[in-house]
Design a protein around this ligand. Structure first.
Ligand code: ADP
Ligand code: MG
Length: 603
């Protein structure tokens, strides 16, 4: 028999394993969640394949996961009847880090050595087996290949051999964990039951545990037992006989026996959570479901579970993660896997490029459609008219969810805003159809009530409500930080006169004002640009300005000649309080902040 072939793990794998072992030793139990999640993914794959290929399920049609603890051998075995792996896949999947983003993630963790929390928020995957096992054996059978055995006892290498027993699995994968001495608790049925409930309750395939249970059984009392008679009885035999007979007819003589049996025990409820009624589902269940189905390991910020009816019918749960992914709104970010698509409870794909607009790239969730054909191909899916309708409804629901949040929980909405404000602004810029609704979700720091320093935010609607009588414009200042904006001479003067000024401090705000232009009929006016109009210019002020213009005409003349090539115009103004003069950008020119930004882009 061949000893098989020996391979080195990719260096990243070794690093990953070390990292997992060093940082997750306190939460070892997650290994089971990871292995069950892989089993579930593999089952999804074969179920999907079987939609178009009837023979794919072959003679292993039961789609399930089993857990067997063997106390004598010290092993915990997790078996699935999923898609399995070919030799090539086995070597690549369990020897390298194929996942995009993992290498990047590793680099981040390495650069922040002390931040062990990071890894807890990340799906650590198969290699977490080594948290509890010092030897891991994987037996796998894919329809396209023979049955293979993969085995590793260390962080540096693994072996693969053809299974000398032939095909014992039919199809699927079996992971045998040879448990470390300090991981024996995972041989206890109660512990395993508890872990499945905690981390894998929402897996959509049955998870069976090989478990003992005590059964009580009513067994008929044996004939000899029953007919024991004592000599004393014999005297009243006739009477006894009659009562005995009556009793026997009413209730046959039985006794209760307890015995221990070992059998498959179903440990999870597989009715998909989204098919249940929202009012029967607790927040805890929604949060656990979120954690089990995304690779995020902290509770979401909020969620919305709904059923769309009418033109198309579908169930959906949408989640907003507490924190966006590190690549959120960065060039090259890919959010095509944020929404999973099911058709009548069957998982179809988690690769829906273009389903969510960029501004909604933070949203996660699922859609289960009743209307799409089950055998829809992934390639034509994007073009499917039903998908287009679903897309629109999901976007509308996401906006509803945000409106509801803003309406009923201001504090939570601002928590959302701090993380995702830029996305809403992007939506205003890019999503013409929803612009009107999104504008209402915008929040800005404002000079009202202490401005940015106290962290106060306002909506445009609130600003308009507070506007002074006859105030013709919404004033804003742009700049890199609240301090410089708040102490600008233009802003000081406006505040002194009792006006409120909004602070536009994000890079994206410069683009935002180009599309926002006005709100509720009031023009958004940069206070550092010309065109600022006040509502309280009375006749006296106009006369005073006219007089000042005449008075300072010689100075204006002088400045116009000296600065001729640098400026468009020189004006006398009451816009400043303490500063003698200021340089303004033209009404249609770029502001100072924009100019700096453009320079950075060119640089
Ligand atoms: P992830 O699940 O995030 O891709 P893992 O480290 O958990 O990362 O698994 C790596 C890969 O190994 C999976 O993508 C899959 O291709 C393969 N794999 C792991 N477990 C199984 C399994 N039970 N059946 C089939 N393939 C599996
Ligand atoms: Mg995995």
């Amino acid at each position: 028999r061949s000893a098989g072939e020996s391979f080195q793990f990719e260096t990243e794998v070794t690093k990953m394993m070390k990292l997992i072992i060093n940082s997750l030793y306190k939460t070892k139990e997650i290994f089971l969640r990871e292995l069950i999640s892989n089993a579930s993914d593999a089952l999804d794959k074969i179920r999907f394949r079987a939609l178009t290929d009837k023979k794919a399920l072959g003679d292993t049609p039961d789609l399930k996961i089993t857990l067997v603890a063997d106390k004598e051998r010290n092993t915990l075995t997790i078996t699935d009847s999923g898609v399995g792996m070919t030799f090539k896949e086995l070597k690549a999947n369990l020897g390298t880090i194929a996942k995009s983003g993992t290498a990047e993630f590793l680099a981040t963790v390495e650069s922040q050595k002390n931040n062990t929390n990071l890894i807890g928020q990340f799906g650590v995957g198969f290699y977490s087996s080594f948290l509890v096992a010092d030897r891991v054996t994987v037996v796998t059978k894919n329809n396209e290949d023979k049955q293979w055995i993969w085995e590793s006892t260390s962080e540096s290498n693994f072996r693969i051999i053809e299974d000398p027993r032939g095909n014992t699995l039919g199809r699927g994968t079996q992971i045998v964990l040879h448990l470390k001495p300090d991981a024996r608790e995972y041989l206890e049925e109660n512990r395993l039951r508890e872990l499945v409930h905690r981390h894998s309750e929402f897996v959509s395939f049955p998870i069976y545990l090989w478990a003992t249970k005590t059964e009580t059984e009513e067994v008929p009392i044996e004939a000899e037992e029953e007919e024991q008679t004592t000599p004393a009885d014999e005297e009243s035999e006739d009477i006894e006989d009659i009562t005995d007979k009556a009793e026997k007819d009413a209730a046959p003589k039985t006794k209760t026996v307890t015995k221990t049996v070992t059998d498959w025990e179903l440990t999870n409820q597989q009715k998909p959570i989204w098919t249940r009624r929202a009012k029967d589902i607790t927040e805890r269940e929604y949060n656990e479901f979120y954690i089990s189905f995304t690779k995020d390991y902290q509770d979401p910020l909020t969620y919305n579970h709904f059923r769309a009816e009418g033109e198309v019918e579908f169930n959906s749960i949408l989640y907003i993660p507490k924190k966006p992914s590190p690549s959120f709104l960065q060039p090259g970010d890919d959010w095509s896997k944020n929404i999973r698509l099911f058709v009548r409870r069957v998982f179809i794909t988690d690769d829906l490029a273009g389903f969510l607009p960029r501004w909604l790239s933070f949203l996660k969730g699922l859609v289960d459609s009743d209307d799409l054909p089950l055998n829809v191909s992934r390639e034509t899916l994007q073009q499917h008219s039903i998908i287009k309708v679903i897309k629109k409804r999901v976007v509308a629901k996401a906006i509803d969810m945000l409106r509801a949040l803003a309406g009923k929980d201001e504090k939570k909405y601002l928590e959302f805003w701090e993380q995702y404000g830029a996305a809403i602004k992007l939506g205003v810029i890019e999503d013409q159809a929803n612009k009107k609704k999104l504008v209402k979700l915008l929040r800005f720091r404002s000079s009202h009530g202490g401005g940015g320093k106290s962290g106060l935010f306002t909506s445009l609607d609130e600003y308009v409500l507070r506007m002074r009588k006859a105030q013709p414009q919404i004033y804003f200042m742009s700049g890199e930080n609240i301090e410089t904006m708040g102490t600008s001479p233009f802003v000081e003067k406006l505040i002194a006169r009792g006006y409120e000024v909004l602070y536009f401090g994000d890079a994206i705000d410069e683009y935002l004002v180009n599309v926002l232009v006005e709100h509720d009929g009031k023009r958004l006016q940069h206070v550092g640009k010309s065109g600022v109009k006040y509502g309280d210019e009375d006749e006296a002020a106009k006369t005073a300005l006219a007089e000042a213009e005449t008075k300072f005409e010689p100075l204006r003349d002088y400045l116009r000649t000296r600065l001729g090539e640098w400026v468009d115009t020189v004006r006398v103004s009451y816009q400043l309080t303490t500063s003698p003069c200021a340089v303004l950008a033209g009404e249609h020119g770029v502001s100072g902040a924009m100019e700096r930004m453009l320079q950075q882009q060119v640089a």
